[in-house]
Design a protein around this ligand. Structure first.
Ligand SMILES: NC(=O)C1=CN([C@@H]2O[C@H](COP(=O)(O)OP(=O)(O)OC[C@H]3O[C@@H](n4cnc5c(N)ncnc54)[C@H](OP(=O)(O)O)[C@@H]3O)[C@@H](O)[C@H]2O)C=CC1
Ligand SMILES: O=C(O)[C@@H]1CCC=N1
Length: 271
């Protein structure tokens, strides 16, 4: 039986907030209030199971005192939304998963002394296979950081960085990372169709190739380059494909530029 988690306030229960809430419930979350204007069927089903869903901050039940507040709204919504939580944040740990939003900008809205942790998860959190990187703001106690580690571990692996700016490349690489893998899957499917394969078969091939490769990577102690070399027979077919993809101006340059663009965008969202 998992140890009970303190009462939690989740602000924004969309794709990431919803995935995290499911993980916390598995880990013994007994009491939660969710602020979410759009109530999905899945969220409605949680009402009466220790989860109270309200449409806005003004509707939070009087006397509810969260130990943790998790902000999972869009970064652009923060300036309008956060000030309503200043009083509750004074007595709680706040965790923000918002891309870009700096500790300083959130403290400006929540109170200069508020205890804040930034965390950047990714969507495999929905199956508890996420990767989250955290940054601890000033004034966060060891106990609060340990609690955050426990909450984030409920949705996958956790790592911490000591410099806030490093959350920006993290956002680019692991935060957005699943999107790049799904794009690769889409492109493999399209190329297979282009080479004459039936669409249904092309779709299955692409999906199972990507998911199977991920599972092999997870199960193997070898690094990705060794697993790549194991596929690449000398003078064979993969070698021809990799000569195209690994040319400096192809994937190496494109991935570097893409990560630099996403990192720059994360910095722009600091607020
Ligand atoms: N998706 C991802 O892969 C990742 C996202 N993030 C971060 O997580 C955050 C949420 O992203 P994501 O889950 O994808 O977005 P979603 O749009 O799926 O979720 C945000 C939810 O917040 C609701 N909302 C809007 N305004 C308020 C408000 N004032 N109070 C409470 N709820 C509100 C939205 O409702 P409505 O739709 O009705 O406006 C929506 O349901 C973002 O800051 C993003 O940067 C971090 C890592 C990965
Ligand atoms: O695209 C975004 O801004 C968010 C942050 C990382 C993944 N999704």
């Amino acid at each position: 039986m998992a140890e009970t988690l303190p009462p939690l306030l989740l602000v924004g229960c969309g794709k990431m907030g919803g995935a995290m809430l499911a993980g916390w419930r598995e880990q013994g979350l007994a009491s939660a209030v969710v602020v979410e204007p759009y109530v999905s069927e899945a969220l409605r089903a949680l009402a009466g199971q220790g989860v109270t869903v309200v449409p806005d901050a003004a509707s939070i039940p009087v006397g509810f005192s969260p130990g943790v507040i998790v902000f999972a709204i869009k970064p652009q919504e923060a300036p309008a939304a956060l000030p309503a939580y200043a009083a509750l944040a004074a007595g709680a740990l706040s965790i923000s998963i918002m891309a870009g939003r700096s500790v300083a900008s959130m403290q400006a809205a929540l109170g200069e002394g508020s205890a804040l942790i930034r965390a950047m998860p990714n969507t495999p959190a929905a199956i508890r296979q996420g990767f989250t990187v955290g940054f601890t703001g000033p004034g966060v106690t060891e106990a609060q950081r340990a609690l955050a580690d426990r909450l984030l571990a409920a949705i996958g692996e956790v790592a911490w960085v000591a410099e806030e700016d490093l959350i920006n490349p993290v956002t680019a690489v692991s935060g957005g990372g699943p999107a790049y893998v799904f794009l690769l899957t889409e492109l493999l499917e399209q190329a297979a169709i282009g080479e004459g394969l039936p669409p249904d078969l092309a779709r299955r091939m692409a999906r199972v190739t990507v998911s199977g490769s991920g599972a092999l990577l997870a199960a193997s102690s070898e690094d990705a380059a060794a697993l790549r070399r194991a596929v690449t027979s000398p003078k064979g077919t993969t070698e021809r494909a990799l000569a195209v993809l690994m040319a400096e101006e192809a994937w190496p340059d494109a991935i570097r530029r893409a990560m630099a663009a996403a990192t720059a965008r994360s910095r722009e969202l600091a607020g």
